[in-house]
Write a protein that binds this ligand. Structure first.
Ligand code: FES
Length: 511
């Protein structure tokens, strides 16, 4: 088995040449500014440009550099154990709407990629959810089966089918038919090409730092420039302007891991996910030379709550080898997911008092369909087109139920604990003791700081106070990043922002 060394790289991002759109180096005015060129931002931007709007799309890094470039890219309305819970939380009608919004997204993707001739390896697959053991999760899966039948979902029990497909014991399984998988980065690059051909303005490496709500909103950029617009759409995964609407208090941030490796021709068709522990997600990709590459995902945890994340890759590599005979790990990467209090995304007006700033976030782990649903809803909201999913996804939806209120209280209590904990952390080792490719809290000039020694031996020191709200960031040895346990901001070892809500880098410390 090849060692899981080096920095993680995503198959999606390395199997196609990256985009090279220019940086914005000037002030601009535009009818609409969309911030974030992931799936939600690009679908929104394309919908609006096709309806004749003047649209500017800006991206802090490169297209698909966020979660869309690091997903398993399952396009499915099967979102784990969700429908029974949605029926209990919202009632049958809204649970059905959630399913329909995601099914509509799949249909939209099929139609759009055909219409625009976007080659993105889109292919139909069934989606399976299984448990490998008896117990609580199996009981929940049985209730989920009942929810499928109440909601008229195209699928149901598939226990025998999955037992035949998977090489390890399965207790019970459910299927949803006619779902899909694709290459997400090829899709986004195809959308970007179409967007610019239609006259859309697209700028990469253009980071927004705030949105000022004047008579009309103004987006302020890290470069010092600004964009005046009539409407602003924040599709940055975690809304970077999250103080508006207190989004930091109502999103939970998770990380999960994927390894890929060549598998045998008989690797099963379908997209699989376990409902019990350890969490496992499977699918395959057909490579350009006709081979099958297996993608093995799982090992989820709260962001910033694990330091030895290399162990997660090792666990998945071991699973791929022992169950599917994968001899060599090809690539490995991780993703960050945001989960709302009631598990339903926030899509719509960011706050009830400002109709000009819209948001899409909290897609849980299902951004491929929820992201497309977001693009369709946001563009409808902006153009004044009726959309039956508006109420379901409204970020300002009614007050919290008891369960959501408990989650809200827990999230915020955890943040308070982290804020206190960070201030008493003391490093036990000196910066000089760090080995090659080693990082963590270190003592330097009498203070505790964050340190990492790169492959060339150079030492990088940063202040570990997160620039979002001041929690202390934790070392992540798999990604060589500093991750915040409070709201999931991530920074590279030099302190540059990798993921928001933070928009400012960690302070570098002079050696
Ligand atoms: Fe909020 Fe770090 S992400 S304090």
């Amino acid at each position: 088995m090849k060692q899981l060394d080096g920095f993680p790289t995503s198959y999606w991002r390395t199997s196609i040449e990256a985009s090279t759109y220019p940086k914005l180096d000037d002030n601009l005015t535009s009818d609409v500014v969309v911030i974030g060129a992931g799936i939600a931002g690009l679908v929104t931007a394309v919908q609006l440009i096709e309806q004749g709007y003047d649209v500017t799309l800006i991206e802090a890094d490169r297209i698909a550099s966020g979660t869309t470039g690091y997903t398993t890219a399952k396009v499915s309305s099967q979102h784990g154990l969700i429908y029974d819970e949605l029926i209990r939380t919202f009632g049958e009608e809204k649970a059905r709407l959630y399913h329909e919004a995601n099914e509509e997204a799949i249909r939209f993707l099929r139609d759009q990629t055909t219409r625009l001739a976007i080659e993105c390896e889109l292919e139909e697959q069934d989606a399976y959810l299984y448990v490998a053991s008896t117990g609580t999760k199996q009981k929940q899966l049985t209730k989920e089966a009942d929810a499928y039948s109440r909601l008229g979902i195209n699928g149901g029990d598939a226990t025998d089918e999955v037992k035949d497909k998977l090489p390890y014991p399965v207790e019970q399984a459910l299927v949803i038919r006619n779902q899909a998988q694709f290459h997400p980065v090829k899709y986004l690059l195809g959308l970007a090409r179409h967007f610019t051909e239609q006259g859309g303005k697209l700028y990469e490496q253009t980071r927004a730092t705030s949105v000022e709500s004047k008579r009309t909103p103004t987006v302020l950029l890290e470069s010092g420039h600004q964009i005046e617009a009539k409407k602003v759409i924040v599709a940055t995964h975690f809304p970077f302007n999250d103080f508006k609407g207190l989004y930091f208090s109502k999103l939970e941030v998770h990380r999960s891991y994927i390894v890929s490796g060549l598998v045998q021709e008989d690797f099963p068709d379908g997209m699989f996910m376990s409902a019990d522990k350890p969490s496992r997600s499977l699918r395959h990709v057909k490579t350009a030379d006709g081979k099958r590459l297996g993608l093995f995902g799982g090992e989820n945890h709260l962001s910033g709550h694990q330091t030895d994340t290399k162990a997660n890759y090792q666990a998945l590599a071991h699973f791929a080898e022992s169950e599917f005979g994968v001899a060599e790990i090809d690539q490995f990467w991780s993703a960050q997911d945001l989960i709302s209090l009631d598990k339903v995304p926030y899509i719509g007006q960011m706050t009830s008092d400002d109709p000009n700033i819209l948001v899409a976030t909290g897609f849980a782990k299902w951004g491929m369909t929820n992201g497309i649903a977001a693009g369709l809803l946001l563009s409808d909201l902006l153009t004044g087109t009726p959309n039956r999913f508006r109420g379901l996804f409204d970020p300002n939806r009614s007050k919290l139920n008891k369960q959501d209120a408990k989650q809200f209280a827990k999230n915020n209590a955890d943040v308070a604990i982290e804020l206190l904990k960070g201030k008493v952390s003391r490093a036990s080792q000196s910066a000089d003791d760090l080995g090659i490719d080693e990082g963590g809290l270190v003592r330097h000039a009498g203070k505790t700081v964050g340190g990492y020694r790169d492959e060339s031996g150079e030492l990088h020191l940063v202040k570990t106070t997160c620039t979002h709200m001041g929690c202390d960031v934790k070392w992540n040895n798999g990604e060589r990043s500093w991750d915040c346990p409070c709201h999931g901001s991530r920074f590279d070892y030099e302190g540059n922002v990798l993921e928001g809500p933070a928009v400012k880098p960690l302070k570098q410390i002079k050696k």
